[in-house]
Design a protein around this ligand. Structure first.
Ligand SMILES: [Zn+2]
Ligand SMILES: [Zn+2]
Length: 103
């Protein structure tokens, strides 16, 4: 990390703020928290075992994670964001083995 700051992994704004070791501007961090809270109303059952999944932030996007099978499902709206390419490969690697119910 340089003293001039890094680019936010999510929006590209210069920032010295970090979340999970990644340069993430404070606006994005706040937005992610709001997203998780807003989407807490929108809890889905795991398509595999029916357990209610938890909202989690992974690689700058909101995902649903099943506490039973540890399956990771991309949130519907976040799929659109992935098309922007931010960390897409990392997320797809993480989600390998789990089909998306939204695709
Ligand atoms: Zn940002
Ligand atoms: Zn599950």
């Amino acid at each position: 990390m340089s003293i001039f700051g890094e680019k936010c992994a999510r929006c590209g704004t210069k920032t010295r703020h970090e979340v999970d070791g990644k340069a993430t501007c404070e606006a994005c961090e706040k937005e992610m928290q709001l997203l998780v809270e807003a989407k807490a109303e929108d809890l889905r059952p795991c398509p595999v075992d029916g357990t209610t999944m938890k909202k989690e932030i992974a690689h700058m996007i909101v995902v649903d994670r099943c506490p039973t099978c540890q399956g990771v499902w991309l949130d519907g709206g976040e799929l659109e964001r992935l098309k922007g390419g931010v960390e897409a490969s990392a997320v797809m690697a993480m989600a390998t083995g789990f089909a998306s119910p939204f695709g």
